[in-house]
Ligand binder design. Structure first.
Ligand code: F3S
Length: 454
């Protein structure tokens, strides 16, 4: 049997797309080779380009794949393949480069026959997305892109691309214009996940707040979330990340109501702030101010005091002075943030920020990131500590915690909880009282006597 391996770098959207490719190949009779045993005929590397480091790791992954599978054909796809096709094609041993638009064609290309390149030129199937306005990736690719794998909480890609062109971001160049999976198809795929026994779905996209704007008739994320609730084919829905300006009162209100119903929206919002300094936000081309962000968080907490609010920060953007950094630090410190993702700025060629003169020295960025991460760890512990003595509803995962051997799962407000129980609780909702926080910072709880599963 012919076998393949897929290596995936980058975000949830890339993971969804890799899984879609994997499923299509498996359904067509291809086997999955184990990375250690070798024996793959084809290796697909799904790359990321979000930072210089991610791009470097993508190139490393391609070289490793070639070394470990000398007899396999090597297909390189994803965001780094899209934005640096020539660089990828220059790696000796690469057989085919496929950009994001044609990613969904990969199974078909593999199942027919990969092209030969006897003349030395690596076949490259990438549309031109390099400049704003010249982007031709405008169709929502039709391969059903959901990542289930061993997950209790599968990801479903409902939107791709981005029209925002923040001055630091390579993603619009890599993924093209914003486009959405039509509502009936989202509902169909969620229904399918429900029928397969899944209890929660994580809706993912590149710019999910723009969901539906491109559809005819135009619609929006709130309309979709309301329809998912109405359909009731899955118990819990989570939105992976949403821009502050697009997190409407209606979405927050939806997370407040109907928490005993199917299709309920989790009180968990992951919001990219990037900077808490108005001058930097403007240079980043972010469409909100520090006060707007603060008001959004206060609105959430006013309506949902136990909501998990995760925040992305981008540290060391060109022109970020000590004072500008302190604005970000102070804003996060003053808000009831549950956790923080800290990214160092990485100058990406092709974006305006690449050419900005006032780049921040790397050691300064490193120091600021370390300080932000310490603040993030403190915020996380404070959030968990606030829940000691409280009850949360946990969706129990199929695999136990490796270290303690306990069952584990996430609450609706994204608290990872460990507790004792039997294996047959997997994939059920359990009411768990959080008792304490372990030495390594993980909340531990006990299941109540009664069983809640719905
Ligand atoms: Fe990376 Fe592309 Fe996702 S750049 S983070 S794989 S959108």
């Amino acid at each position: 049997m012919k076998k393949f391996i897929i290596k995936t770098l980058g975000c949830k959207v890339n993971q969804c797309e890799s899984e879609a490719i994997r499923n299509a190949l498996v359904e067509s009779g291809r086997g999955i080779a184990s990375g250690d045993e070798g024996g793959a005929d084809v290796v697909i590397v799904n790359t990321c380009s979000v930072t210089r480091k991610a791009a470097m790791q993508s190139r490393q992954a391609v070289r490793q794949a070639i070394r470990a599978n000398p007899d396999a054909r090597i297909v390189v796809t994803g965001c780094h393949a899209q934005t640096a096709a020539a660089e990828m094609a220059a790696i000796d041993g690469v057989d085919l480069i496929v950009g994001n638009r044609d990613k969904h064609m990969i199974p078909r290309r593999i199942l027919s026959q990969l092209p030969e390149h006897a003349d030395g030129a690596v076949p490259t199937e990438c549309s031109d997305t390099d400049r704003p306005g010249t982007n031709r990736i405008d169709q929502f690719e039709m391969l059903p892109a959901m990542a289930t794998g061993s997950r209790t909480r599968p990801f479903l890609k409902i939107q791709d691309g981005c029209d925002a062109y923040c001055t630091y971001c390579i993603v619009p160049h890599a993924r093209g214009r914003s486009r959405s999976l039509p509502m009936d198809q989202v509902l169909k795929q969620i229904e399918q996940l429900g029928r397969l026994g899944y209890r929660e779905v994580v809706l993912t996209g590149i710019h999910i707040g723009c969901y539906g704007h491109d559809l005819t008739p135009a619609t929006g994320l709130i309309e979709l979330l309301c329809l998912i609730r109405e359909a009731g084919s899955i118990d819990r829905v989570r939105v992976s990340s949403i821009e502050p300006a697009e997190l409407s009162d209606a979405i927050i209100d939806l997370a407040c109501s109907g928490q005993d119903q199917s299709g309920r929206l989790c009180p968990h919002f992951h919001i990219p702030l990037q900077s808490g300094d108005d001058g930097i936000l403007k240079r980043m081309h972010r469409p909100y101010s520090r006060d707007d962000f603060k008001a959004r968080v206060q609105r959430i907490i006013g309506r949902l005091p136990d909501a998990a609010i995760g925040v992305d920060t981008l540290i060391g953007f060109p022109g970020e002075t000590d004072a500008a950094f302190e604005h970000t630090y102070d804003l996060i410190r003053s808000l009831p943030v549950a956790y923080l993702h800290v990214f160092p700025f990485s100058a990406r060629e092709g974006t305006p920020a690449f050419t900005f003169k006032d780049q921040v020295p790397a050691p300064v960025v490193k120091k600021r990131c370390a300080r932000m991460r310490r603040l993030g760890a403190k915020k996380r512990q404070e959030f968990y500590a606030r829940h000691v003595g409280k009850a949360v509803t946990v969706l129990v995962e199929a695999t136990r915690d490796r270290i303690s051997g306990c069952l584990k799962g996430f609450s609706d407000n994204y608290i990872p909880v460990l507790f004792d129980g039997s294996d047959d609780l997997a994939n059920t909702f359990q009411p768990v009282e959080i008792k304490d926080i372990s030495a390594d910072g993980v909340p531990a709880g006990v299941v109540f006597d009664r069983t809640t599963d719905g």
